[in-house]
Design a binder for this molecule. Structure first.
Ligand code: ATP
Ligand code: MG
Length: 409
């Protein structure tokens, strides 16, 4: 049923070696699921009954990581495989937390059997264990059947499981978009009932999840589902209203990112965050004359700070995001020789792409996006003509023109 050609040879060799050393070892989780769904896995995880120390001893090129949740990274020159020891659910009552005489916790790594390990995974489709040597799939939770039926089913009562870890609600949505699977009703109820707990999840983990949701090619589907479940507010510090400009600009930006993923182009959370927060920035600095430029600059940090509370945006993206925003103003004004300089700005291309996103969202035709499209052509006479055309227009008016007013509503 599974074609081993789709599995990394290195991962198979690790399973083989563990088994030769009399340990149980299987490929598990996302990689098995993805292959069964005719997709290419992006990484390979292994589960085994060998303890991390035993795995470490078995492979020269390996390293134990984590303290509370120990794992082993086994690496080759160009690959890294995560090997995890079967765990049992410490919340299920038979906790075996090891303490010293003073009661200090030495470890709460509760090792268990493969059946225990299965129970603490999130969904049945993620709980399949595959042995590439005898090609057998171990399926303790009816996962194969659920994959055939294209449905996401919780392991255990989802109300309880989502209380344990509310991020599972985001994962259910993510997998349903990625695989085009339905979400069972019990899970839907648990999403409605328990997702308020997402506000307690660390912003670092939420940023990881944000990237998986919006930067893996299924952003638009995820956005629509998150909107329906009213979960966007845990990921984005903005409030898209039904059908208004702010929602459209978000969707256009996400679609743009989805297309880039499909075409194997580079993608960055910076672009997306700049776009998702743009309507908020405009709201902060809206004035009767269009936008108040001083407020615009003052509000950038404020808007970013609000996002930071939800998802930990790495510092290195801050300047990128601000550049994209500031360049929107410059792309509008096009004063003097500025366009010749702007076109060489390292963020020009991203800023221009975002300008097109804004214009699509605001339904602006013949805006500066089109002007810049022409200006990028290798034609000096055309460039000069375009500049002359701008000179004839009233510069003071330029922020109001070309649709800032349409965006401000
Ligand atoms: P992808 O990597 O495509 O996002 P994945 O299923 O591989 O999907 P990982 O986060 O890499 O997801 O996790 C690997 C496996 O670990 C999952 O398939 C699942 O069995 C288990 N797992 C991960 N996160 C959780 C969680 N929050 N609760 C329970 N089990 C989890
Ligand atoms: Mg994975």
């Amino acid at each position: 049923m599974i074609d081993n050609k789709k599995i990394s040879k290195f991962a198979i060799s690790i399973v083989d070696k563990l088994q030769k050393n009399n340990y149980e070892a299987y490929l598990v989780g996302g990689c098995v699921r993805d292959i069964l769904c005719d997709m290419s896995p992006k990484d390979f995880d292994i589960a085994t009954d060998a303890t991390p120390e035993q795995v470490r001893k078995t492979f020269k090129a390996s390293r134990i990581i984590g303290k509370r949740f120990k794992l082993v990274h086994v690496f080759s020159r160009d690959e890294l495989i995560e090997v995890a020891t079967f765990r049992s659910d410490s919340l299920s009552g038979q906790s075996q937390i090891v303490k010293d005489d003073q009661g200090k916790i030495l470890r709460d790594n509760n090792w268990g059997s493969i059946e225990d390990d299965c129970k603490r995974r999130d969904f049945t489709l993620n709980a399949l264990y595959y042995c590439p040597l005898n090609k057998e799939i171990k399926d303790f939770a009816n996962g194969l059947n659920h994959i055939r039926k294209k449905v996401i089913v919780s392991l255990g009562d989802p109300q309880k499981r989502f209380e344990e870890d509310p991020v599972r609600s985001l994962r259910a949505i993510r997998f349903s978009s990625k695989l085009d699977f339905k979400i069972e009703n019990k899970i839907k109820d648990a999403i409605y009932d328990k997702s308020y707990l997402l506000s307690d999840i660390s912003n670092a983990r939420m940023f990881d999840e944000f990237c998986k949701i919006f930067l893996n090619g299924n952003g638009e589907k995820n956005f629509n589902k998150l909107y329906t479940f009213n979960l966007l507010r845990y990921l984005i510090a903005a409030n898209p209203d039904r059908n208004d400009y702010s929602k459209r600009v978000m969707i256009e930006a996400i679609k743009n990112t989805d297309d880039r993923v499909k075409n194997n182009q580079s993608k960055t959370p910076g672009f997306l965050i700049a776009a998702l927060l743009w309507p908020e920035l405009l709201k902060e600095c809206a004035s009767q004359e269009g936008i108040n430029i001083r407020k615009f600059f003052r509000s950038m940090d404020k808007v970013l700070k609000r996002q930071q509370i939800k998802t930990a945006v790495p510092r290195k993206f801050y300047n990128y995001i601000k550049d994209i925003w500031i360049l929107q103003l410059k792309l509008h004004s096009r004063i003097g020789n500025q366009p010749y300089k702007l076109i060489r700005h390292p963020r020009f291309r991203a800023a221009f792409d975002f300008m097109l996103v804004r214009e699509r969202a605001a339904n602006i035709k013949n805006g500066p996006g089109e002007w810049w499209e022409k200006f990028q052509k290798k034609d000096d006479a055309l460039k000069k003509n375009l500049i002359d055309q701008i000179k004839e227009e009233n510069e003071e008016d330029s922020y109001k023109k070309f649709g800032f007013s349409k965006e401000l509503g």
